[in-house]
Design a binder for this molecule. Structure first.
Ligand SMILES: [Zn+2]
Length: 171
């Protein structure tokens, strides 16, 4: 894979698939981006492939397709990036904007992680390993992101389960 680059505005990865989610808003003015939150998602749970994650993040998931979708179809959620099992990237929200991935959360005493973080979803579930291709892409993306936002140090890359410990088990 060629090295990934973020555009000059800090909005989009260049040359990746884009599906624009309406589920974002402005970050607070006084906060810098200094945290990377890794998640995992699969829809339906434990199944891979399909367009269901795109549909969830664009509020177009059909609740009648699967019993689980009934529970989640009305959620308004997003992440900046999703990496599928083949290691391919989709970007949904410009990095400069606040995506809605972390929910109620806290990192080292700082609440509402969405305000100051970038959210990456790996297509996966708690009881299956991620693929080698996903790790390769994740390393590549993390390199591009930390180069652009150097305040995201190694210590400031975390899992959803660590910022919402009683609520979340991913990635
Ligand atoms: Zn999560």
């Amino acid at each position: 894979m060629t090295e990934l680059r973020i555009d000059e505005q800090g909005e989009w990865l260049e040359g990746v698939r884009k599906v624009i989610s309406p589920n974002y808003d402005q970050r607070p003015d006084d906060l810098e981006i200094d945290l990377l939150v890794i998640h995992s998602i699969s829809l339906p749970p434990g199944e891979f492939g399909g367009d269901y994650i795109d549909q969830l993040f664009t509020n177009s998931l059909d609740p009648e397709q699967h019993p689980y979708f009934e529970e989640i179809a009305s959620l308004r959620v997003s992440a900046h990036i999703m990496i599928n099992r083949e290691g391919l990237i989709t970007q949904y929200v410009p990095f400069t904007q606040r995506a809605w991935h972390a929910g109620e959360s806290d990192y080292e005493g700082c609440e509402n992680c969405n305000d100051y973080s970038i959210g990456i979803e790996l297509e996966g579930c708690d009881n299956k390993d991620f693929t080698q291709a996903q790790y390769v892409t994740l390393v590549n993306i993390t390199g591009a992101i930390t180069q652009f936002w150097p305040k995201i140090s190694k210590q400031r890359i975390t899992g959803h389960c660590h910022i919402a410990p009683n609520r979340k088990t991913d990635p």
